[in-house]
Design a protein around this ligand. Structure first.
Ligand SMILES: [Fe+2]
Ligand SMILES: [Fe+2]
Length: 470
């Protein structure tokens, strides 16, 4: 089904064929636009060079043009339906997937969709003021691209709530606009989405580590037996890939510039030269990685086991796994602390699914570190960046009761606190990073703390006027 842009709400789900649903979504639309105006990007622009989805197939799904942001065509796009698709895991493995929500899973599915849906507008709120200090027009454009797509992801989840969960679903869709990131009275559901994104280093770390958690969560929902959810997530993952790119290459460029300044001035202390010292970058990695690990929940979870057995949520790349996809006979290892030592335990595989997903995520994160260390090597710098231990600085799960150093040593609370400033960004670090954040809006110019990108967007040069101001 092609995307119909003549409709008020662009879609490829034949919204016009379901008047009731169409009316319900059309009455949610002004609330969304109002939210975008008050909580979306704070910098006024005339138009931005954005990509818009035009088809969901393998080729040509994206179209690039200068668009006034409030006229962006947010809509409902699902990946194409595979009529033969069958449930790939759990106790109903092999049966046809569901086009409607089975009554017994209604509450659980709604909860999963609400939690995913809540993160989408949250990140737009967290990034609201970043445009005021963009290091280049290219970066400003990328920020806005991420923002409009997170807005669209909200649409994706709201469509499911409206189309399949009745009155309850519509109420949840309203609530998604009422909670706000960092709001004391009605915060967003997950901790990492109430943290600030006050500077661009945080933004790149967020898009690298926290958006990547999103990628893995979407990957599990893409496996869902509830086919509309699966198809929604499949298309969201395509958009998500760009967010990840912004994070990966953003950190690349900060690291490259820091290496350059270190060589030029023959010192690690590049702060006085307008750079971000490597130890500060390391602390930002430590922080964003550890809060993102918390998003995977407890290592052992009966909820996760039940979701899997019921077919609601699979594993990362479920169909590529070489086992029975039911897991009732399998076991897994989880790391934990016992008698003052880090050790591991064998537990039923079904209970350890959060740990399984987190393990996939961690090895993906490692690829970023490898990349950034290659940038350092090529930049002629001997220092290296690392991922801290999985138990470092955790608030959720088995490690949250313990004090573990980035290297993985178990220490007392006092020793941990005494070293906190060496491991996590201090007020002075944040103040320094913030002091570097000055907008550079001239085409082809770039701030001094970051290197320019190696390519522009959609084959345009870096000097292209990606954003026009009023
Ligand atoms: Fe998203
Ligand atoms: Fe994202």
């Amino acid at each position: 089904m092609p995307i119909d842009y003549s409709e008020k709400i662009p879609n490829n789900v034949d919204l016009a064929g379901d008047r009731k649903l169409q009316r319900a979504l059309e009455s949610w639309q002004p609330n969304f636009l109002n939210w975008w105006k008050t909580m979306g990007p704070a910098v006024p622009t005339e138009d931005v060079y954005l990509r818009t989805a035009v088809a969901v197939g393998r080729e040509g799904w994206a179209h690039f043009d200068h668009v006034a942001m409030e006229e962006y065509r947010w809509g409902v796009f699902l990946a194409e339906r595979n009529a033969d698709r069958r449930i790939a895991f759990g106790e109903q493995k092999g049966e046809p997937v569901w086009q409607q929500v089975p009554g017994e899973y209604r509450a659980d599915l709604q909860r999963l969709i609400v939690i995913q849906g809540d993160t989408e507008p949250a990140s737009v709120e967290q990034q609201r003021r970043l445009g005021e200090t963009a290091p280049s027009l290219y970066d400003l454009r990328n920020l806005f691209q991420v923002n409009v797509e997170e807005g669209r992801h909200l649409w994706a989840m709201v469509y499911l709530l409206h189309a399949f969960f009745g009155r309850n679903g519509r109420e949840e869709a309203e609530a998604l606009l009422q909670r706000n990131s960092g709001d004391l009275d009605s915060p967003r559901i997950l901790g990492a989405f109430n943290e600030e994104t006050p500077d661009w280093l945080s933004f790149y770390m967020f898009t690298y580590f926290t958006d990547r958690d999103g990628k893995y969560q979407l990957g599990t929902l893409k496996e869902s037996a509830f086919d509309p959810l699966s198809r929604t997530c499949e298309f969201m993952l395509k958009e998500e890939a760009h967010h990840m790119f912004v994070g990966t290459t953003g950190v690349d460029r900060v690291v490259a510039r820091s290496a350059e300044l270190m060589r030029e001035h023959d010192t690690e202390d590049i702060a006085p030269h307008g750079g971000i010292p490597l130890d500060v970058i390391q602390k930002y990695i430590n922080f964003h990685y550890s809060v993102s690990l918390d998003l995977f929940g407890s290592e052992q979870s009966t909820n996760a086991a039940n979701y899997f057995t019921a077919g609601l949520k699979g594993r990362w790349q479920e169909e590529r796994r070489k086992d029975d996809h039911v897991l009732t006979e399998d076991s897994a290892h989880i790391q934990l602390v016992r008698d003052g030592e880090l050790t591991s335990d064998e537990v039923p595989a079904l209970l350890a699914l959060n740990n399984d997903l987190r393990t996939e995520y961690i090895s993906d994160c490692q690829s970023g570190l490898k990349r950034w260390n290659r940038v350092l090597e090529q930049g002629g710098v001997d220092q290296r960046l690392t991922l801290p231990h999985v138990g470092f600085n955790r608030d959720v799960g088995l490690f949250s009761e313990h004090h573990i150093t980035p290297k993985g040593d178990l220490v007392g609370a006092d020793a941990w606190e005494a070293n906190r400033d060496r491991w996590l960004p201090t007020e002075a670090d944040k103040t320094h990073v913030r002091s570097l954040m000055r907008p550079v809006y001239e085409p082809g110019k770039i701030a001094g703390w970051i290197a320019p990108p190696s390519h522009g967007i959609n084959d345009k040069p870096f000097e292209y006027e990606y954003v026009h101001f009023p």
